[in-house]
Ligand binder design. Structure first.
Ligand SMILES: [Zn+2]
Length: 296
């Protein structure tokens, strides 16, 4: 599943290759990826034809392309979510169709001779148009900024974590507190911070939370630096197999392998229908707070 750094790589590629282009034609090859568009495939295609792409933006794992306004009102937005297996590819129109090609957007203007293709094997992702959504689409207005966003409010994040009695990993995955941190990056950041995911937020110090946030940013920045290389050849690609996953994971997927810091075998435990990986020595399981036997 694409995590935030991969989605940011896609956003940067869209910014470079399709902003300024006009969508001249739309072909929907399978209706499911446009199921979130209320008027279906035909309406989706009609609402995009002739529109100019004015930007490439992202919040968490949601991407949107603001469209130049048709009149004086706010512009609409073409929304994209990659789901489990989605890809956005910038291709030449004569490139052979990908096996799971679902939607083609033919481009002209600055991107003459290119098309934007949505390829998705499992089709949990999709495309749709958000009316008036150019600035911030209403359907994602509740999603918090992510730690790579220049306007992310670190002080507010620290306050919110420390008000919560939930486990810190669960808080990291709460999209209304902070967006874009998936299971893998949460485990990596917690390992670097030497924190067990079940440590309650309200029992962490402000310094611990700030250091954890720094680790989250480091993990994502490292992944971004490595993911960015796939982009040079006019090819916007996202999948769960980016090089980062092979080379740089210290915690995720390393059950029974030695902790790279202390050599203790890593543990795996079930977590929200997935798994959590941690070092039982560097990241000790929190003890339950001892019940006081006498008032202070
Ligand atoms: Zn360890």
């Amino acid at each position: 599943m694409p995590e935030l750094p991969e989605v940011e790589v896609v956003r940067a590629g869209l910014e470079r290759y399709v902003v300024g282009a006009t969508i001249s034609a739309v072909q929907v090859l399978h209706p499911r990826p446009v199921r979130r568009h209320p008027t279906g495939s035909t309406g989706f295609a009609a609402s995009l034809a002739g529109r100019r792409i004015a930007g490439a933006r992202r919040r968490g794992k949601y991407l949107w392309l603001p469209l130049a306004p048709l009149d004086t009102g706010p512009g609409d937005a073409l929304m994209a979510h990659l789901g489990m297996s989605g890809q956005l590819l910038v291709q030449r129109p004569d490139a052979p169709y990908e096996r799971h090609l679902r939607v083609r957007l033919v481009l002209e203007g600055s991107a003459q001779g290119r098309e934007l293709r949505f390829v998705d094997q499992r089709m949990f992702g999709g495309l749709w148009v958000s009316p008036g959504g150019a600035e911030l689409p209403a359907e994602i207005g509740h999603i918090a900024r992510d730690p790579l966003d220049p306007l992310f409010d670190a002080a507010e994040f620290v306050r919110r974590v420390r008000r919560s009695s939930s486990g810190i990993k669960r808080i990291l995955l709460t999209q209304t507190v902070v967006s874009g941190i998936g299971n893998i990056y949460a485990d990596e950041a917690l390992w670097r911070a030497r924190l067990h995911g079940e440590r309650p937020g309200n029992r962490l110090t402000p310094t611990q939370v700030r250091e954890l946030l720094d680790h989250v940013r480091d993990v994502m920045t490292d992944a971004l630096a490595q993911g960015g290389t796939s982009f040079d050849a006019l090819y916007v690609n996202v999948n769960g197999e980016s090089g980062y996953f092979d080379r740089s994971l210290h915690a995720y997927g390393r059950e029974d392998e030695p902790c790279e810091r202390c050599g203790t075998p890593m543990r795996r435990v079930p977590f929200m229908n997935r798994s959590s990986y941690f070092c039982p020595r560097c990241q000790p399981v929190p003890r339950r707070r001892a019940r006081r036997t006498a008032p202070d």
